[in-house]
Design a binder for this molecule. Structure first.
Ligand SMILES: [Zn+2]
Length: 367
């Protein structure tokens, strides 16, 4: 685990000062509560006990529930560390001699890395989305000297210095150095398998089915904790599978071509396949390929994948019996007039690779 301290753009200052006054409010409440409890019972409140008292307050304070939890945890930890019954009161008044510098903690689930891009010759700029209460988001922009796209962001604290500047202190998990291979691969994103490559590798990420029964039981018995655990498990397993797959792709190849799923028509609500697409994790897959390729110096392109399912990758003809659109989803294997039997997804992936290679040969950017 490493910690990076990155400067935020000044335009955020006003909003962050407002949010940090809510943080102070929670801190003071927790501080007071914990002190009273000690006087009454002779025992200290744990972060867990505190959470019981602050539950649901985020809505009114405009803070994410995890932020409130983090405040409780940090309070309990510092109280122990400094062996004090009560910690310092945090004040919002900027004119106070004992004014507190702004501070807003976020936990992993409230942090989302949106983009890292070049700004100027050397500098990178990153955009991070932080969750507040009621699905409100706080989008921050920061000067990024580390390229956050290469790391797994763990926790984030927004802190103010004495001059009123804001920084993000981000703890990250180390990302191993990746070197790309020499191969070329096309990847077809699908529903049955989340991804199939032109070499026949398959990534299956569907987890919901496997957990359906346990999830239903937990929901019936209103076991919220269990429901949350199962959802987290599904999410983590999927991310892990995608991680392994994308690392393998980069390690084996110098060129990776992915078919653009926007052209696939089955993401609409009408077709009732929204859940499957959500399950498949296409977005995460592309995101990971993008940053891992950048990191390893592997070429990554997205191409329009129209007709890649119908076209035979051996003779590049479209014949009548080849699968088309949704009705063709059931056709897993078909034989072309040229005599070659094609596996639906591998064939599509081979065509995607061919489209990508054609584009590169013509020297025009894909899509
Ligand atoms: Zn053919």
């Amino acid at each position: 685990m490493k910690t990076f301290k990155l400067r935020l753009k000044d335009k955020h200052a006003k909003q962050l000062t407002a949010i940090s006054s809510s943080v102070n409010f929670v801190w003071n409440y927790v501080n007071e509560l914990s002190f009273k409890h000690l006087r009454r019972t002779g025992k200290f409140f744990s972060a867990y006990d505190l959470a019981e008292y602050t539950k649901g307050s985020g809505e009114y304070l405009g803070l994410h529930s995890q932020t409130i939890q983090a405040i409780g945890e940090i309070h309990a930890k510092s109280r122990k560390q400094f062996k004090k019954a009560k910690l310092r009161w945090r004040t919002n008044n900027p004119k106070s001699r004992r004014k507190s510098l702004g501070w807003i903690p976020f936990k992993k689930s409230a942090i989302k890395h949106l983009a890292t891009r070049q700004s100027g010759k050397k500098a990178l700029k990153s955009t991070i989305q932080l969750s507040l209460a009621n699905h409100q988001k706080l989008i921050i922009e920061l000067f990024d000297s580390y390229n956050l796209a290469l790391y797994d962001l763990n926790t984030l604290k927004l802190v103010q210095d004495a001059r009123g500047r804001w920084y993000a202190c981000i703890t990250v998990k180390n990302y191993p150095k990746l070197e790309h291979g020499t191969g070329q691969v096309g990847i077809d994103l699908g529903l049955k398998a989340a991804a199939t490559t032109s070499n026949g590798d398959v990534l299956t990420t569907k987890q919901t089915q496997k957990w359906a029964k346990k999830l239903a039981t937990a929901q019936r018995t209103k076991n919220k904790e269990r429901v949350r655990t199962i959802h987290a498990k599904i999410k983590n397993t999927r991310k892990d599978l995608i991680n392994k797959f994308t690392t393998k792709m980069v390690k084996e190849n110098a060129l990776i071509i992915v078919g653009d799923v926007k052209s696939k028509s089955f993401t609409s609500k009408k077709t009732n396949l929204a859940k499957s697409t959500y399950d498949a994790g296409w977005f995460e897959l592309k995101r990971q390929l993008d940053y891992k390729c950048k990191h390893a110096g592997c070429r990554f392109e997205i191409v329009n994948e129209s007709y890649t399912t119908q076209t035979c990758s051996s003779c590049r003809q479209i014949i009548d019996s080849s699968p088309k659109g949704r009705t063709g989803l059931r056709i897993r294997e078909w034989t072309c007039e040229c005599g070659v039997t094609q596996h639906r997804d591998i064939n599509a992936a081979r065509n995607i690779l061919a489209v990508g290679l054609d584009r590169l040969a013509e020297g025009i950017p894909s899509l």
